[in-house]
Design a protein around this ligand. Sequence first.
Ligand code: HDE
Length: 709
Amino acid sequence: MTSILKDVFAGPTNTAKDKDLQRDTVDPSKSVNHLTNDLGVKVADTDNWLKVSDGTNVGPHLLEDQFAREKIMRFDHERIPERVVHARGAGAHGYFKVYDNRASKYTSASVLTDSSRTTPVFVRFSTVQGSRGSADTVRDVRGFAVKFYTDEGNWDIVGNDIPIFFIQDSVKFPDLVHAVKPEPHNEVPQGQSAHNNFWDFVGLQLESAHMVMWVMSDRGIPRSYRMMQGFGVNTYTLTNKSGEMYFVKFHWIPELGVHSLVWDEALKIAGQDPDFHRKDLYEAIDNGAPPKWKFCVQVIPQAREHEFEFDILDATKVWPEELVPLEEIGEMVLDRKPEEFFPEVEQVAFCTSHVVPGIGFSDDPLLQGRNFSYFDTQLSRLGTNWQELPINRPVCPVLNHQRDGAMRHRITAGTINYWPNRKETFPPVAVSEGGYDTYPSKVAGIKQRVRGAKFQEHYNQAQLFVNSLAPHEKQHLIQAVSFELDHCDDPIVYESYTKILNHIDFELAKQVATNVGGVIPNAPAKANHGKKSEPLSQLYYAPKKPTIVSRRVAILVADGFNLAEMQAVRAALVSAKALCFVIGPRRGEVYPEGVPRSAGKGCMTDHHYEGQRSTLFDAVYIPSGEHVTTLSKNGRVIHYVREAFGHCKAIGAVGEAVKLLRDVAHLPGVQFQDDIRSDDIITSYGVVTTGSYDVKSAATDTLKIGPGS
Ligand code: HDE
């Protein structure tokens, strides 16, 4: 297909994949802007089906109207099956770079060792349980699937934001997914695991205990896709140029740290803005804060495979970093939004079996089954030849004798479509020349339906995880399990699970059982080994230097706010790359202190208090000024502040606004100055208050003031 588009949409990096996609991208604003049918014939009327009329009476439609038939037929077939899991998602383009060739001791893969390369990537984040139209902030695992368009072919890491999984053997996947998805008799619930069937299944499939702890922790409700870790989860292998093999796990660590919502916030956002996460991703890219992750590997030499108390091929276990440290080898940046959702985000097809030379599989029994499933699922979702769709095709040449099938895009010239052939067309490539080499592992044994001996232990790492949580994280875990089990109305289900919890953590079991009417234990069912691993807590990933980059700040105003101060604070926030939104009683002009409405010199607000609640922001600031009298009488504003406080957000107030926080909102436990004019800056429970802000020393703001601005 010839592109009408020349220059519009190359991403900032203009990667090889950007250029490749450009070939198939049409931008109506840059091309001849008129309506045609699918075959390029100009359309004169797209509003009226061809009919017979005598000028007064109009008869039935005429079947001969090829334009109307085409339009309706195309519409009737717009839907394809949604993904059986991970149906709801959002994606972005970007690039991956390694720092140097430090990984060459483990792998010959150029994508992981050649620092002169910029490898294009496309990443799709997703939830698992809900369907395409479900909310972003539900409690769930998040998918974190990365497609690398390398010079040696496509490589996919189809990962999650949690480093382990519910099951050890892929054959249990249909049972797990049936159990967590809406129940078969009534298709309830949507976007939730809080129901009998899920907890029934995990209560009987004990290997899931560790993963259940992770999903019920704050990891299940991330603040943003940009603030999640990513994990390949399965054990893959790397092979170096000397033919030595290593076991490997892949990790992504976000530059901004790992942060979560609180549950009350997540529940409310699911209603207030179901697209919260996808909008957040695009907003950050639009505002020059492209998300970035460090790429790390954990590597175990082949000879050390059996040295650990757990099986390193068991996907329900982490490799504790104290035993196998993380090695940073590169980074990924996402800096371009998709042009059109369906052909990019919906049609992208990830497969764990997509690997490139130097990277291979292990005998991880979850991975082995995944390698079949992803390939297979694309056939029902997209049909054969899905590899040729623009988003899926590699940036390096594809030459082989695979032919035909529905919807073939590529035309291969020549007379030969088989190998060997007299013309030596498309011959296989020797390993020494870059051909993919499968590692020659020795396999011996008796065919049996079994699991390895070390796959039988399920609680040690669940304990390790719970022991490693900070007190507030553990409290959140208790609340989450209590919420979920309270939604199960079959006593067998919640009673059984409270018994399981007692194998993990006595306190957790006691508190949850008390909350949900379960079996309250008198003593732990399994002694706690007391071990901890710091990297299992989200706190471990806090950026070394705290950052406000891309955080959303609500500035609450009414008529009579202190303009100079607000502009100065806003300028300081903007220069730190925060995103500021002025929230007022109406979307329109709001008048600063001393400026009468009649002067027509208001400042435009971005939203009104009802339209964008505190839940959608990371922080709230209220400037000083006589507007505080109005704000203090507004129930929505008082709730705004109290709700933000309840969700542990930063709140700033100056001058009179301190009174709103202290005397009207009555923020509990917070320390305030006695004299609200005092210039002392007091920080207490994330609430920062002061009598005045030094406007002179602050940078000037870009906020426009004036009629209709
Ligand atoms: Fe998936 N999974 N999965 N999964 N998975 C799919 O493939 C499957 C598992 C993950 O954004 C499906 O293209 C099996 C683990 C992500 O397009 C399907 C097993 C992990 C995505 C499938 C697992 C994942 C999928 C549905 C057990 C984390 C979304 C649509 C052995 C490492 C990718 C599709 C995207 C999607 C099968 C377990 C992650 C049916 C059989 C473990 C991120 O093929």
